[in-house]
Design a protein around this ligand. Structure first.
Ligand code: AFP
Length: 334
């Protein structure tokens, strides 16, 4: 494949589809540059004294790792001066982060999970940054949380960086999904995969099996049938993967198919799963749909869900079309 930079790709995309105006291109490039900085910090590990916990808790009541906080700060500082954003929101911050008065406001809202998969940081397993871009409602002087409450179908861009053996950036602006690999010597993002497509069938599923006794019947039925393999109703054997970092499980699914599930379960009927809608499920669902996959909350298309609060959680079923359609049908039949 011809080696082109992220900037050239975005400029050529704009010529082709007129859907990446200059301010959105700046936003994407600024976020991509911040992900380079995060990759550098993550890659240092113990040598950078960035491992371990910060002895603080985030709004989710989760103990924050030093790298969670560092990644959040990197994204805030990178994005506040550019004049492209009206406000930001993060898994690591309870309330939205308006652009400081000393900087001009722009027309976009940026949401992110600065470092997804925190429990993997200290054991050197791939982790990532997830981001979602919405348009701010016209004419707002001071953005509020309510301005962020837009369906996932309203996203103008979504992507993630994955800090693994390679550092990669996966991006969609509504015309397919493209992948960039970080050239560490040049410090630049290079287009390495175009128009990723998720196979509609798969033999691989991803779920945390330790929660099986808590699942509701549709999930139990769906997983049990896969575990029965050739001798069961599916007439084929399945394999299982669970990295416990959504970015990494989704990256695998984008490349070889699969179904990723984080269902609600009986442990807490008021808690609809673990993953957050606005900055985990929605951006990943836009990416999955743009790659020919499907994403639901078990009952409806993820991107059609009308958000009510910034940190709301949602059950997630995403990946290969025919599998997500099946597990969703089992929920609707129940
Ligand atoms: P952490 O950021 O707390 O490690 O959670 C990661 C995550 O939000 C998502 O990336 C994983 O798919 C999921 O949680 C793993 O959850 P379990 O640890 O319950 O398997």
């Amino acid at each position: 494949m011809k080696r082109i930079s992220l900037t050239r790709f975005l400029v050529e995309e704009q010529r082709l589809n007129q859907n990446i105006p200059a301010e959105l291109r700046l936003l994407i490039e600024v976020v991509a540059r911040a992900c380079k900085t995060i990759s550098h910090a993550v890659g240092k590990g113990a040598l950078g004294e960035v491992l371990g916990t910060a002895n603080t808790e985030n709004v989710q009541g989760e103990v924050q790792k030093k790298l969670d906080i560092l990644s959040n700060e990197i994204l805030l500082e990178a994005n506040e001066w550019g004049g492209h954003l009206a406000a930001m929101a993060s898994e690591e911050m309870e309330t939205i982060h308006p652009i400081p008065n000393r900087y001009p406001q722009g027309e976009y809202l940026l949401l992110f999970d600065p470092l997804d998969g925190s429990s993997n940081i200290d054991v050197n397993v791939s982790i990532g940054t997830i981001f979602s871009v919405l348009k701010a409602p016209d004419g707002i002087a001071t953005p509020t949380e309510q301005d962020f409450m837009q369906k996932g179908s309203q996203q103008v861009a979504a992507g993630y960086a994955i800090y693994g053996p390679q550092t990669m950036l996966i991006l969609t602006t509504g015309n397919g999904v493209n992948a960039f690999t970080l050239d560490r010597e040049m410090g630049s993002w290079v287009l390495t995969e175009r128009n990723l497509q998720i196979p509609v069938d798969t033999q691989e599923f991803a779920i945390n099996m330790s929660n099986a006794r808590h699942w509701y019947p549709p999930v139990t039925r769906y997983v049990d049938e896969m575990l029965e393999g050739k001798t069961g109703p599916r007439n084929k054997d399945f394999n299982m993967r669970w990295i416990a970092a959504m970015v990494t499980d989704v990256h695998r699914i984008l490349h070889r198919g699969g179904v990723f599930m984080y269902p609600a379960d009986k442990r807490d009927p008021d808690k609809p799963g673990k993953l957050r809608l606005m900055y985990e499920a929605n951006p990943m669902s836009m990416i999955v749909e743009q790659a020919g996959g499907v994403s639901t909350d078990g009952k409806q298309r993820m991107l059609d869900i009308q958000p009510t609060t910034l940190h709301q959680r949602v059950p997630v079923f995403l990946g290969s079309k025919n599998e997500v359609d099946l597990v969703t049908r089992y929920h609707l039949d129940a």
